[in-house]
Design a protein around this ligand. Structure first.
Ligand SMILES: [Mn+2]
Length: 336
């Protein structure tokens, strides 16, 4: 359980803040950044704050059931804010666009990153940013948390834990989920059906193409897959349709690290998603390419000027190197 005192300064700061607030979700938004932003937005609205929601990208179809998900404005905007609350992102760059704000605040559960001031609320032990948001709100005005707010928090928690299967699924995540259901009337089945069982046909067609690219490396410990922009265009699919594909590669027996390479020519990059079964810390690999994330899930970008073959080669080389480093570390750990 988080230490209550840590949440008080952030609550006090927001309580006394009287200006224009923007809650900003990161680019290529996931359930945690959208769920956290929506929960905080609904809560601040109840307090009568001047608050807006913003994101560079469209809200993915699997999150459009969330209360307030349709309130997002497209970033960038000319509008200037007194405060921008960056949720679920280690730095402003993760917003994908510049934001005009006098002050920034970070509410997050990622390790490292940039800090904007005393008002930041970061708990690297938290399973999701949504759980950080929950403890902020419950240490502030518990009575204002309703089923809508709780459903947003639950969705962030459920998606970031892979519906309670990822390695961040510990006692704390399950207890919070239980509390949200018992006390605030969240319906887990409703959330699961909305997030996971409204797939458009184009997504499955895309998956079948992507699975065809599956390759194993390093004696079967590493799996890679990719998707090309032209395939998306042909199927009328978007990047949101590739969400979760990397888990098929990670799910293979013997695979410790799965890599998914997404071509994004309009951003001039290849976007890389890495997943591990927790034996390997993939955030370290992504940091080498200027990205980051968690032990079990991380991402980075490689310039599009490189060919797919070069990207694969560079990535696999770094993964291989880190596997040797980290295996070396754990061996040492065992003998000392
Ligand atoms: Mn998160």
């Amino acid at each position: 359980m988080p230490i209550v005192e840590e949440y008080i300064p952030a609550a006090r700061f927001l309580e006394s803040f009287n200006g224009k607030i923007l809650i900003a979700s990161h680019e290529n938004p996931d359930g945690d950044t959208i769920g956290s932003a929506c929960a905080l937005y609904l809560f601040l609205k109840k307090l009568g704050k001047d608050v807006k929601l913003g994101c560079r990208d469209d809200i993915p179809y699997f999150l459009d059931f969330l209360p307030a998900s349709r309130e997002f404005m497209k970033l960038p905007t000319e509008e200037e804010f007194d405060l921008c609350i960056v949720v679920d992102a280690a730095n402003k760059e993760r917003l994908g666009v510049p934001v005009r704000a006098k002050k920034f605040m970070r509410i997050d559960h990622h390790k490292g990153g940039n800090f904007y001031g005393e008002q930041d609320l970061i708990d690297a032990e938290a399973p999701a940013t949504a759980s950080v948001v929950y403890y902020l709100l419950s240490n502030w005005r518990k009575d204002l948390i309703d089923t809508s707010i709780a459903t947003c928090i639950y969705t962030g928690l459920a998606t970031d834990t892979g519906f309670y299967t990822n390695s961040n699924t510990k006692d704390g995540a399950l207890k919070l989920a239980s509390l949200l259901v018992e006390k605030y009337g969240v319906d887990p089945h409703y959330v699961a059906v909305n997030v996971r069982e409204r797939n458009p046909l184009r997504r499955l067609k895309l998956l079948s193409k992507v699975l065809d690219t599956l390759e194993l490396h390093s004696g079967g410990k590493v799996a890679s897959m990719y998707v090309l922009k032209e395939w998306l265009d042909k199927l009328g699919a978007g990047y949101e349709d590739t969400e979760g594909f990397v888990n098929y590669a990670r799910g293979l027996e013997g695979v410790d690290v799965a890599a998914f390479i997404i071509e994004k020519p309009e951003e001039g990059v290849w976007k890389i998603s890495l997943r591990s079964k927790d034996k390997m810390d993939v955030s370290v690999i992504c940091e080498k390419f200027g990205g980051g994330g968690h032990r079990y899930a991380a991402g980075c970008k490689i310039p599009h000027t490189k060919s797919l073959e070069e990207v694969k080669r560079d990535l696999l080389r770094e993964i291989e190197k880190q596997m040797q480093n980290q295996e070396g570390l754990s061996d040492k750990g065992e003998t000392s």
